[in-house]
Design a protein around this ligand. Structure first.
Ligand code: 13P
Length: 251
C-alpha cells in the first residue's frame, strides 16, 4: 500500500474524528477483508487512542495509518498534546492538519497549520492540509479568495510534493449531506491545481471532503482534478467505506 501521495491512483482517507472505541476493530477487520483488488490507496485516521493498536493489529493489510492532529514541537511541556515524532514512532504515515473542526474548536490559524505541517514533514510523514470556505464566505462570493489565502498562509513557500496532500472541504458540506455541484468542485479544484502547479507542487493530490459517501462517490470521484476523498461519516462503517472504495473500481 502506497504511503506516499500519488496522483496516479485515487487516495481515500477515512477521518474518524472523535468516534471509535476498541470494539470498532470489527469495522476495520471488515474493511480490510473487502480491500482485495481495491483500485485506491486507503489511509485511515482513527482517534489517537486506537491508532497504535490498529497499526499493530492490521500489519500487512492494504491500509496506511494517519492521525488527526499533532503539536508543532518535537517534545516538551505541552500537557495533553502529541508530537509528530510520537505519531511516526508508532507507525503513522500521515497527519491531518488544519481541519475546519480544529480551526473552529481550537482557534487554529493558518500560521499554526503551517507549523504543524512542517512538524509532520520533519517527522517524515505526509501532511494532509485542509482548507475550505464557510457558508457565509460562499454566500458573499468569496470562495476563491478565501481558499487562496488559506493555501498561501498554510503551505510553506516550497511545497514538498512527496509529503503533502491538499483537501478541499467546504465547511458547510461537512456532516450536512450537502455537497457543491460538480461544476463548483471542478472550478475550485482547477483553481487549486493551478496554484499548486505554480509553486512546483504538481504532484500533490487534491482530495474533496464533505458529505462524500456511497450516494455521490460515483460522480464526485470522477470530477477533473479530484484525486480522491477525505471521508468522515461514511468511513466509520466498513460497508459504506467499501461502497465509496468500489466507486473507484468502475468506469
Ligand atoms: P463528513 O464526510 O462526515 O461530511 O466529514 C467530512 C470531513 O470533515 C472529513 O475530514
Amino acid at each position: 500500500m502506497a504511503e506516499k501521495p500519488s496522483r496516479t491512483r485515487p487516495l481515500l482517507v477515512g477521518n474518524w474524528k472523535m468516534n471509535g472505541l476498541r470494539a470498532s476493530e470489527a469495522e476495520v477487520s471488515a474493511l480490510a477483508k473487502g480491500l482485495d483488488g481495491a483500485r485506491a490507496d486507503i489511509w485511515l485516521c482513527p482517534p489517537i487512542t486506537l491508532l497504535s493498536h490498529f497499526i499493530g493489529a492490521f500489519k500487512g493489510k492494504p491500509l496506511s495509518w494517519g492521525a488527526q492532529d499533532c503539536h508543532a514541537q518535537e517534545s516538551g511541556a505541552h500537557t495533553g498534546d502529541v508530537s509528530a515524532e510520537m505519531l511516526a514512532d508508532v507507525g503513522a504515515v500521515s497527519v491531518i492538519v488544519g481541519h475546519s473542526e480544529r480551526r473552529r474548536d481550537h482557534a487554529e490559524t493558518n500560521a499554526m497549520v503551517r507549523s504543524k505541517l512542517s512538524a509532520v514533514q520533519r517527522a517524515g510523514m505526509v501532511a494532509i492540509v485542509c482548507i475550505g470556505e464557510t457558508l457565509e464566505e460562499r454566500e458573499r462570493g468569496d470562495v476563491l479568495p478565501v481558499l487562496e489565502k488559506q493555501l498561501r498562509e498554510s503551505l510553506p513557500e516550497e511545497v514538498d510534493g512527496s509529503k503533502t496532500v491538499l483537501a478541499y472541504e467546504p465547511v458547510w458540506a461537512i456532516g450536512t449531506g450537502k455537497v457543491p455541484s460538480g461544476d463548483e468542485i471542478v472550478e475550485v479544484h482547477g483553481f487549486l491545481r493551478e496554484r499548486l502547479d505554480a509553486c512546483g507542487a504538481a504532484g500533490v493530490p487534491i482530495l474533496y471532503g464533505g458529505s462524500l459517501g456511497p450516494s455521490n462517490a460515483d460522480w464526485l470521484l470522477r470530477l477533473d482534478n479530484v484525486d480522491g476523498g477525505l471521508i468522515g461519516t461514511a468511513s466509520l462503517k466498513a460497508s459504506s467505506f467499501l461502497e465509496v472504495i468500489r466507486a473507484c473500481q468502475q468506469g
